[in-house]
Structures are given as C-alpha cells and as structure tokens.
Write a protein that binds this ligand. Structure first.
Ligand SMILES: [Zn+2]
Length: 445
C-alpha cells in the first residue's frame, strides 16, 4: 500500500517490485503479465527474491521531519511546564551534556535504533551546539543505515541562551556550522549523501540577527537544507513580533532562511501572508500535533495549509512529543484536526465552537507520514513508484501481542490501512529497508 497523492490509497496487489543494487525501484510488475513471470523466474535464479506472507503488508518507510536527538533521555519528562521553563530547566542542561562524546554515543545509538525499530526510515534531526557529537549522530545514522538530515544547532543570544550552553558569538557559531556541514558531507561511507547536513538556527529567540543573517548566506552558499522552529506558541510568536516587528516567517525570509530546502517546525501562528510567503518559497512545514498539545497553545491549521498547496509532513518533535512512533504522529494529527473542526469549549454554542472543514483522515495522515514528508525534503522516497529509492516497511499484521486485522475482511484495504495507522506498533514491523538495504529484521524485534 502507498499513498502517492493526498487523500487516496493505492494498493498494489500481487506485485513484484524490482530494486537495483543502488536501492532504486527499476520496475513494477503485476501478476498475470509476461514480465511478472520472467522477472520472478530471474529473481529466483539469482536468489534475490523476498516474498511476503498472506498476513503481511508492505508500506513505504516513515518520514519524521522534526526530532531533537539529544532530548531522547527527556522523553515524557516535565511536559507540564511552559515551553520557556521546560527549555531552561530541563532541555538546555541536558543538551549541554553532549560535550561528553561517550554520553552522546550511548544516547544516539539508542535513539537511532529505536526509530528504525519504529519504522522511521528518514529522520530530520536537531543535534546540539557540539560539533563532535553532531558528527557522531550523523555517523550513527549512516552506520545504522537510516536516511537522515542532521543539524548542528546554532544559538548565540545571551538574552535567551544560558552561558553554559550557547555559541560564544555569531562568528564562532557560523564557523562551527560551516565546519559541521563539511564534516557530515565528508563522512566515510556517505558518498551517496544518505546523511545530509542541515543549517539549524534553534529559533529566532535563541539567535542574534547577525547569526541569522550569516546562516542565511551560508545556506545559499553551501546549498544546504535549513530547519528551525516557526511561530510555535503565543510566547515565541509574540517574542519575535516584539523584537523584529514582523512574524517569524517574514523575518526568516528577510534573513535568507526561507527556501525550498527549508523545513519549518510547527508554524501554528502563521498568518495568511505567511502562508503565501511559505508557498512562494517552496518551504515545507513539519506538523507535530502531539507536541503542539503541550507547547503550542493551539492546533496547526493543517487542512487550510494543504488546501493552499503548502508542502507539509509530520514530526514527532521528540521530546516535546513523547512518542517515537510516526503512527502515533498520524493519530494525533487526525485527532487534533477533528478537535479544531468541532471546537472544544462547550460553553460556546456548536456553530461558534470550531472551524468547519478542518479535518483530515487516516489516509491523509498516512500520505503525510510517507510521500508528503519525502516531498518536503525533495527526497526520492515515500512511494513505490519506479525511480524512487526502496525505503519500506514489511508489516506483520498479527503478532502475539498486537493483532491488527483479526476482524477485517482481507480485501477491505481502507479498513486495513485504518487498523495500521491507528494501531500498528513496533512489534508489527518485521523488516525495514532503506535504499534497498535491510536495516531491521525480525530477529531484532
Ligand atoms: Zn522542536
């Protein structure tokens, strides 16, 4: 099953997918055709056939557009605090620990393995300000076979960043970010650029104008991806309006940080003009519904963004979100959209409570977690179309601890997908491939 376009599910029954040694899907053959029989015989001869059982479904690998790798040990902690207190009391002290490379090694190995076990074949990571630990995260992804986008975090503003955890000044931050790009691109074994560097201003409040301007120039000069937080919460949105007298989106655009290679986390408070600017620039949005419940004071207008043809994917926002599973991200994206549509305050009459036409469904969420997320990154993944890289999950529908299709007709594909999106767990993921390479198999479950 795959969902190349928003809102529709495409089921490839009794299909043979041929993948070359580079991991590219080179052809697809439907059972009953001559090509199918000859390709099948050839695959048998070469001992290169992987067959699926009757209780198995293959879907594209999941794309997580927003993860804070160093916050993995913080999963589920102190989520009752406002964002600013959470950052200052918990997150910054934790992130500062990554000057210790052995601590970084222990956490990053655990994180990358857990994400692969949860089916995340593409991950976009914020690291920390530390160059060595950032390169280590990139090499951990590379060795584990995960497609990844890794950014050294840049943050130099003494007003918002503690003395023990910030770049010394804009110049030092720019030099460190430039070196980090170089180190990741040059990693041994990264000739196909499975792992890419990302310019990562934490968010506008953490960065001086000089740093933001410099990072914009660096992004253009190095042809590099950019990631940052955008208009996430009342506090953050207002802070930027007060400091720069413009919205995050407008400011990022003026600093040269808004391009087709940019991923904006959250963007809950963007205006109509911001949406236009994001659309014109081709930037993408990482919608993190679970994290928004805790820190965004709001629900992102996902349907409105999609109707304006903005490019959107989903993110877990570990550890603002407390789940590593992209199936969980799908579930929360659906339920948040339903709450936005119906409204939540029963003191208001029904006609005043919500925003009609805001909902998405599980097929939309599945698209966003696969093809949609891949499209945001211009990554040749997310579907089983010819020419794409073979990033895929083989789902075992019935495991002893989680039986997904016990009461679903085997030919009711949409209901089957609903069971997967709403209930699949890591135990249902039997195999994971990235670029045709097996990166998780049943024995490691
Ligand atoms: Zn975040």
């Amino acid at each position: 099953m795959h969902a190349p376009t928003l809102g529709s599910l495409d089921v490839l029954q009794k299909t043979l997918i041929r993948v070359d040694s580079e991991g590219t899907i080179i052809s697809r053959h439907q059972s009953g055709t001559d090509d199918f029989e000859s390709s099948l015989a050839h695959a048998h001869q070469c001992d290169a056939l992987t067959s699926m059982g009757c209780d198995q479904i293959m879907i594209p690998g999941l794309v997580d557009l927003h993860i804070h790798a160093p916050q993995w040990p913080q999963l589920g902690k102190a989520l009752h605090l406002p964002l600013q207190d959470w950052l200052q009391k918990y997150t910054f002290p934790l992130e500062a620990r990554y000057s210790d490379i052995e601590y970084a090694r222990c956490v990053y190995s655990s994180l990358v393995n857990s994400l692969l076990a949860n089916g995340t074949t593409t991950a976009m990571y914020f690291a920390t300000i530390h160059e060595e630990a950032t390169t280590l995260l990139a090499s951990t992804c590379l060795e584990s076979g995960q497609r990844a986008y890794v950014g050294r975090v840049a943050m130099d503003d003494p007003e918002q960043c503690p003395e023990y955890y910030r770049d010394a000044n804009a110049k030092a931050a720019l030099a460190a970010s430039e070196r980090s790009i170089h180190h990741i691109r040059q990693l041994s074994g990264n000739s196909t650029q499975l792992v890419k560097p990302v310019i990562t201003p934490r968010f506008i409040p953490s960065c001086s104008n000089e740093l933001l301007q410099g990072l914009g120039e660096l992004a253009s000069h190095k042809q590099c991806h950019v990631q940052t937080h955008c208009s996430e919460s009342d506090w953050e949105h207002s802070y930027v309006l007060n400091r720069l007298a413009k919205t995050d989106t407008q400011a990022l655009s003026d600093f040269g940080l808004l391009s087709r290679h940019t991923v904006l986390a959250h963007s809950n408070f963007i205006t109509e003009q911001d949406m236009q600017l994001i659309k014109q620039s081709g930037s993408g949005i990482a919608h993190c519904a679970l994290s928004n419940s805790y820190f965004a004071d709001s629900v992102f207008p996902l349907r409105r963004a999609l109707e304006k043809s903005l490019r959107v994917g989903l993110g877990t926002d570990i550890a603002g979100g407390h789940s590593a599973s992209m199936f969980s991200a799908c579930q929360h994206a659906v339920s948040a959209s339903r709450m936005l549509e119906a409204g939540v305050d029963t003191q208001l009459t029904q006609d005043k409570r919500g925003q009609p036409g805001s909902r998405i469904n599980y097929i939309d969420a599945f698209h966003l977690a696969t093809a949609g997320g891949a499209a945001v990154l211009d990554s040749p993944t997310g579907t089983f179309d010819v020419g794409k890289q073979f990033d895929a999950l083989l789902l075992e529908l019935n495991t002893p601890s989680n039986r997904l299709n016990e009461f679903v007709d085997t030919d009711d594909w949409e209901s089957l997908l609903a069971c997967i999106v709403y209930n699949a767990q890591a135990c249902n993921i039997a195999h994971v491939w990235v670029s045709g390479r097996s990166v998780k198999c049943e024995q490691t479950r």
